[in-house]
Design a protein around this ligand. Sequence first.
Ligand code: 4NP
Length: 176
Amino acid sequence: MQSKNVNCRTIELINSLRGKEKIKMLFVCLGNICRSPAAEGVMRRYVEEAGLEERIEVDSAGILSYHQGELPDKRMRVHASRRGLSLTHQSRPVKAADFEDFDVIFAMDDQNVSDLREISPTVEGCDKIVRISDFFTLATTLDYIPDPYYTGAEGFELVLDLLENSCYNILDSLRN
Ligand code: 4NP
């Protein structure tokens, strides 16, 4: 991966997962109705295309419980469906057990990272939190996935472009 945002801790964590029989990854954003369920859908597709469904488990969650039980935002579902993705995740908040259950937790932005650090019951849990932007290789000045909630169509398209790029690189890093 030719990332401009390479972070040594992230590389170490990914290296430690490479030989594992089963890898469980969690994508986290604020509401779990736009960015992280889209990340889950994008990654799920790459995992299926690679025939790795038995080895890699994917889920998503939000910092807030406000949208609990809801499907992803309609706008995100429409934009994702244009790329062949059907998003059926139901929003749920991050829980303490996630830091034990999952091997790696991908945060969409720095606020997610600090919120996740607050929620993690252990230091070991904190060590599983990674910025998804560490995996950006496309031409962008962004170092996070911007919340599209108050934007127009271009915001949702940008999120999907960034997610397709980063999820592809995450899977590539785990396989190489
Ligand atoms: P997300 O977007 O974090 O990408 O799911 C948001 C959706 C809803 C809210 C915030 C962000 N909200 O405050 O309701």
